[in-house]
Write a protein that binds this ligand. Sequence first.
Ligand code: GLU
Ligand code: MG
Length: 437
Amino acid sequence: MIHEPLTLFCYADLSGQVRGKGFPTRLLDKRLKSGIGWTPTNLMFTALGTIAPSPWGPHGDLTLMPDPATKVEVDFEDGAPAERFFLCDVTQTDGSPWDCCPRTALKTAVEDLRRETGIVLRTTFEHEFVYSGAETRPGDMYGLGAIRRHGAFGETFLAALHAAGLEVDSYLPEFGSGQFEVTLPPVEALAACDQAVILKEIARATAHRLGHRVTFAPRVTPDGLGSGVHIHFSLWTEDGEPISFDPERPFGVSDKAGSFLAGVIRHMPALCAFTAPTAISYLRLKPKTWTGVWSNLGYHDREAGIRICPVFGPHKKTARQFNFEYRAADATANPYLQLATIIQAGLSGLRDGLATPQPTSGVDPETLDEAERNARGIRRLPSSADEALAALEADTAAGSFLTPALTEAYLANKRAELDLTREWSPEELCNRYAAVY
Ligand code: GLU
Ligand code: MG
């Protein structure tokens, strides 16, 4: 059959959905310069197939401008069309920044942090997902047999990630039925977000070619376990020296990292509106599920809002490995906005010279009395998307982490999506979101 290679220019929208427009690949050189047309109201698509009230209505035009560094071309050599796409900034038609572009919001946060403090973040997004083609059985967690019985998926996925230019750190069968996890090595913030988007699309593309699907939804059933997105980060100088670790200080948390973390923790309830933004996010964020329901810094604790992660191997490597993990996050969010708002919150902590939060170690914040929690700045994170959006509205500083237009559009979009879900049972939430993510 004849075929014309097709390339798509795309972006991750407010729900993390990847959307864009295509053209014949032979016109790529021209398109790399000109981009492709886009419409402001497209930002108001919800993940559930509706359009939230749009401040732009039918008016205006924009451009999807590709970043050549994000080129993905993966031929699975199965005779089916290759995956060919680029990730884009959404710009004005003259190429100047659009104040509602999520990727631009991240670039702004990265640049604010660098300019004001000389600090560069290194990040990786750890993803869990469920593969429909896995032949599952009880007791499969971390099982060698689980890898064997999920067939060609794992190796094809890893090969496709490699072909897309992504290095893989680890791949494993997770705790849930048919659940797997993939982690990439840390890189600078923008590349980490681009990779998070590419990784999920490549997982979907791989499953599709095998006649199955993957879902990154935070829950596939109301009971059992969820799929999280754990956002790892560490602080570095512009010259590439690690600055998160200080062996002289409690738990090794440097003064600078402590201020950054204190800023994140101060704004964490509001940040949940960006990191865990949907109704189904709160089916996952429950106590005793290895997620993160408190705004605590926890030493080697998988139920901390932010975990101080372990390091492995010789001590001289400690400073380069030392990192923190934000756990109250999932894949119904936009990764650029997740990280942009975490960076802005951390930067606010650095600006204010906040003291390092007192970490918890071997203790569930639930068991501390309220006075003790207050003394450590530990608050219960929102337990619903409504609470998360209200926390964002109540936190005026967090309300200015993004441009006013983007914050306003974001809130309108999330409200509209949340309103659609109000009558849905937990089962229906799971089914609907598993279909979309
Ligand atoms: N599946 C858990 C979550 O929803 C995390 C398990 C783990 O620590 O890797 O975040
Ligand atoms: Mg995991």
